[in-house]
Design a binder for this molecule. Structure first.
Ligand code: FAQ
Length: 318
């Protein structure tokens, strides 16, 4: 293709973005746009899949049948979100196998938040309330992201996340209205999950390598710091209703800005977790890799069956 032809395609692409029109898989797109979407969308898919593990740990120990049913449904939704997102990413020309390889070899990231342990039932409440709460704040703007398949996937995902968030908040509410021991469990879960939930929304805008370009392409509609502030402003009053305390002595409502001021985030901890040195990184990867290896016979059997059927068809036609 000549330089002039490429320039023409770039102009059409930029004009579509400026008009807020969706870019579809068969449309021309700059290679960097395609690659950055594969990066973000596949990491999002991996996060949903790895994100099932901390909660999966509690399905057999949920305190009642009602809680068990709700948790099972939530974890199944997460599997669905992962598969949805893998399919959407495949439209950009990467195979699912390659994405799995990237996850299993440690090349692709997944959200830092899923490398923390779930040591009590209250952690299931805190994950729904805080982690799904942060996920919704991050994902609602993604419903109007520029790449069509990603934007459409997010609409359904957000509806389900909202049920997940309420499920978690209701667990917290029940614990906080329970015995002093139950309320202490809820406080302890908030103490452990608060800071990792703030980190989950990504590094500060100064330290974020991708934000500037992703905002121009309308892949991201809000910056990491904007989302974090929104999450804090929305969540602190919810902690007040629960009657538990956000573990930040510098947290204070600021009349002038109309937002909460908050204390320093430990970014060293965040980068350690991202680099694979969090409390559960190794365990999470081992579980995923052994699930993949354990499922090999199912994949082989499905392939053998498909080949047999194709053979039959050929023989019939012949
Ligand atoms: C905002 C951000 C996460 C990061 O902004 P970007 O512009 O992409 O990056 P930025 O330049 O700011 O960062 C520089 C580097 O740092 C990496 N990094 C940053 N943050 C993290 C992190 N937290 N963990 C690990 N790594 C992180 C980043 O990849 C980049 O490294 P790279 O160059 O790739 O090697 C964005 O990708 C996004 O919105 N993703 C879609 C939403 C999504 O994936 N949600 C997942 C949760 S789904 C869920 O929770 C549902 C659920 C709930 C409950 C239970 C089960 C399931």
């Amino acid at each position: 293709m000549s330089d002039k032809e490429i320039k023409n395609l770039e102009d059409i692409f930029e004009a579509k973005i400026a008009r807020d029109e969706k870019i579809e898989p068969k449309d021309w797109m700059p290679e960097k746009y395609r690659k950055t979407h594969i990066r973000q969308m596949s990491q999002h898919a991996h996060s949903e899949i790895v994100g099932m593990l901390p909660e999966g740990n509690w399905i057999t120990r949920a305190p009642s049948l009602r809680r068990k049913v709700a948790l099972l449904a939530k974890v199944q939704d997460e599997a669905g979100h992962g598969l949805y997102l893998y399919s959407a990413t495949e439209t950009l020309g990467i195979s699912r196998e390659e994405m799995y390889n990237q996850l299993h070899s440690g090349k692709a990231k997944y959200s830092s938040i899923f490398n923390y342990p779930t040591i009590t039932w209250a952690d299931i409440g805190a994950i729904g309330w805080l982690v799904d709460g942060a996920a919704i704040i991050n994902q609602v703007p993604l419903c109007s992201t520029s790449f069509g398949p990603y934007a459409r996937a997010m609409v359904r995902v957000c509806k389900e996340e909202s049920f997940h968030q309420r499920q978690g908040y209701e667990i917290m509410l029940t614990l906080c209205n329970g015995t002093p021991e139950q309320k202490a469990m809820a406080q302890d879960a908030l103490d452990r999950w608060w800071w990792p939930s703030l980190m989950m929304l990504g590094p500060t805008d100064d330290a974020s390598t991708h934000t500037e370009q992703s905002m121009k392409w309308k892949l991201k509609r809000k910056t990491n710091d904007e989302l974090r502030q929104q999450f804090i402003d929305q969540t602190v009053p919810q902690a007040d209703i629960l009657g538990i305390t956000v573990p930040d002595k510098d947290l204070k409502w600021n009349e002038e800005t109309g937002h909460y001021d908050f204390g320093a985030i430990d970014w060293d901890e965040f980068w350690q977790v991202v680099k694979g040195h969090g409390p559960c990184n190794k365990e999470r990867m081992q579980t995923r890799v052994s699930a993949w290896e354990g499922g090999e016979w199912v994949r082989d059997a499905a392939m053998a069956y498909a080949e047999k059927q194709a053979d039959k068809k050929v023989r019939k036609a012949g």
